[in-house]
Every structure is written in C-alpha cells, then in structure tokens.
Design a protein around this ligand. Structure first.
Ligand code: EPU
Length: 338
C-alpha cells in the first residue's frame, strides 16, 4: 500500500463552514491508480466511505467513521478544436483558479462562474451556477470511477441529468461514484453573457473574458463573505420554485418581490429576499448568523457544530414558511458516509 493513511484526521480546515470534524481515517489519492487503491481498501474493510472535495458545499458532523477519500489529482490541459477548446480538469483543480486561467487565455464560457469556491470534482454535483450561467452550459463530459467495483465511466451531459443546483450525482449516483475529471467546452469567439443583475453596468461594451470574470469577482466580494475569513457555504438554501398560483398571490401582496417565471410554468422566487423580508438579515444566535449583506448565506462565527447549524437553519426556514407559505430546501449536502 503506497497511499498515506492518516488516523483521526482533523477536517475543520477542509470545510468552508469551518465546522469541527475528525475523520476516523483519511486518504488523499493523487492519481487514478491511487483512487482505485483507496476504493479497494474501503471495499476490503467494508466500513463507511465519505468523499470529500473542496468542502465548500458540505455540512460535516463532528465525527466521520470509516474512510474519507479526498481526491488530490490537480492537472488540467487543453485540447484544441478549431474555434473551440476542450478543457480537461482533474477533480482537485481549484475551480476559481481554473476559471481565471481560462479567462486570461481569452477562452469564453466559464467567466461568469468566477470565485465560486470548491474544486472541479464537486462542480457537477450541484451544477454550480451564477450570473445566468450554469456548469451544464459548458460541460462536455464527466469522468468517474464506480465505488462498488472500481470501473471507469464517462458520462455525457444528458446522462448527468442536470437541473437547477441538481444532477444525477445527487440522485441515482449519490454516494456511488468518485468524479475524477471534467471536460468543458469553451470558445475562442467572444460571447459575453451580461444579462444578470448589474453585470452589464460593470464592464464596457465589448469586454474581454477576463474583464467579465473580474467584474463577477468584484460583485461577489461586495455581497458574499470570504470563507477564509468567515465560515460559510455560499447560498444555504436553493431559490424555491413554486406553483404559479402561489407566486401570483405573493406578488399581489408584495409588489416588489423578485420572481422569475420558469419554462415549466412554475415561478422561481429569491430565497434571500424572503429571508430578508422576515427581518432576519444580520440575525445572530449562538455561533451562527444570517449574513448581513446577503440573507441567503448563513455564517459560522466559530465554536459551533453541525447540529447547532441545522437547528439555526431550521428556524430561518420556519420563519419563511410561516410568513410566505414557502418551503426552503437546503443547498449544502450533509456528509453521510456510504
Ligand atoms: N435579495 C434581497 N435580500 C437579500 C438577498 C437577496 O432582497 O438579502 C434579493 C436581491 O435584491 C435580488 C434577489 O433577491 O433581487 C436575488 O438576489 P441575488 O441576485 O443576490 O442572487 P440570489 O438568488 O440570492 C443566486 C445564487 C448564487 C449566485 C447568485 C448570482 C442560488 C441558491 N444562489 O443567489 O449562488 O451567486 O444568484 O447568480 O441559486 C451559491 O449557490 O452558493 C451562490 C452564491
């Protein structure tokens, strides 16, 4: 066994919420062979297995029994296809660093997704999205290894079943595969997408990909807390998609309510606005709070635990349900060993 196994490994710095957590055993495979080796080990031992990426969308318990596998493959490369370019990025490539490197090369497609925390391997799980773009707009393929027998597979975008903050990796394949590599399709032809919010006002008439990425970074820095300074997992709730009738009733009672009709006739509401309207922006209880500039982000001031966080989040969701009759769904996943 060439893999270095750590016992009782401290994960409190490996999750952006900064929750205290120890893994019974921890391994960081740095190649595909080492991933297979780690999975073989987990199968032989038969204990629980948890996969950990950048820890930016995860709620960790104080103790994780069994083996935690944290892929550490960090290469990325380009494959030219005329005016298009395929980008191959292994699981542990830091998403934001990749986005900035691609934008600096004049490659279009991921610039609106700058500054999203986390690693490439986790990006398809929740189909990361921001400023009118989702990962599913640029994904070409997802390479993975099955946990049960170590076989490799490559999924097409259709097989990934992407939806709003959703994919097959949260459904039928949850806890059953390790994502090892993404393939993205980017373009050398300028195609700025500036329709969301104030983005267009932040850049000139024909911006470069890098200028768009930098504008996105500036907007995010104004609203969203830096996890290195204040623990958080970005948006804690999904924006709820409700029936047209309920949206109509709410919009009548609250004419300023942001609402976005969906192709299926339902209507997406802004969870941050709903929480804000409940007067909860900046509310703090114990070790957790609602961020003072973006009510959709819950923050950890340090010293708290997952149990306390879930209780706090439950109170926020209860307030929204009582006031608006809308149920909020949590966005970060609970780490439950497979
Ligand atoms: N709003 C308020 N008060 C708040 C927060 C928001 O009134 O405290 C209002 C805003 O004024 C705006 C509307 O709600 O009219 C939507 O707010 P915003 O544009 O900030 O976006 P969001 O819906 O709160 C979503 C994503 C973010 C992404 C932004 C920009 C989800 C769950 N969140 O937030 O993603 O960066 O749009 O595209 O879809 C993440 O997933 O972690 C994340 C940060």
């Amino acid at each position: 066994m060439s893999l270095a196994l750590c016992a009782h490994h401290d994960l409190s710095r490996d999750n952006t919420l900064g929750l205290p957590c120890r893994a019974e055993r921890f391994v960081a495979p740095a190649s595909l062979d080492e991933v297979r080796e780690a999975l073989d080990l987990a199968r032989r031992e038969g204990g629980p297995l948890t996969l950990l990426g950048g820890g930016s969308n995860l709620i960790l318990p104080t103790w994780l029994p069994g083996l935690v596998v944290h892929p550490a493959m960090q290469s990325w490369w380009l494959e030219e296809r005329g005016r298009e370019v395929l980008v191959h990025a292994e699981a542990a490539v830091v998403w934001h660093e990749l986005v900035m490197a691609l934008a600096a090369r004049g490659l279009w497609g991921t610039e609106n997704l700058a500054l999203i925390p986390g690693q490439c391997g986790a990006a398809p799980i929740q189909n990361i999205g921001a400023y009118g773009v989702e990962l599913s707009d640029v994904i070409e393929a997802v390479h993975l290894v099955h946990l049960d027998d170590g076989r490799e597979a490559v999924l097409s975008p259709a097989a990934c079943a992407f939806g709003y903050r959703d994919s097959v990796f949260k459904g039928a394949l949850e806890g059953r595969v390790v994502i090892t590599r993404l393939v993205l399709r980017l373009s050398r032809s300028p195609r700025p997408r500036l329709g969301y919010g104030e983005l267009a006002a932040r850049v000139g008439a024909s911006p470069s990909a890098l200028e768009v990425a930098e504008a996105v970074c500036a907007i995010r820095c104004e609203k969203l807390p830096d996890p290195a300074v204040l623990g958080n997992a970005g948006s804690f709730f999904k924006n709820p998609v409700v029936a047209a009738d309920l949206a109509r009733t709410l919009a009548k009672a609250h004419p300023t309510m942001p609402h976005f009709p969906q192709p299926d006739g339902r209507v997406k509401l802004a969870a941050g606005w709903l929480i804000d309207q409940c007067g909860l922006k900046g509310w703090r209880q114990g070790h957790f709070g609602v961020h003072e500039r973006q009510a959709l982000v819950l923050v950890h001031f340090g010293g708290g635990s997952a149990v306390e966080l879930l209780d706090f989040a439950g109170q926020v969701a209860d307030a929204v349900r009582e006031r608006f009759g809308v149920t909020l769904e949590r966005e970060p996943r609970l780490a439950v060993p497979a």
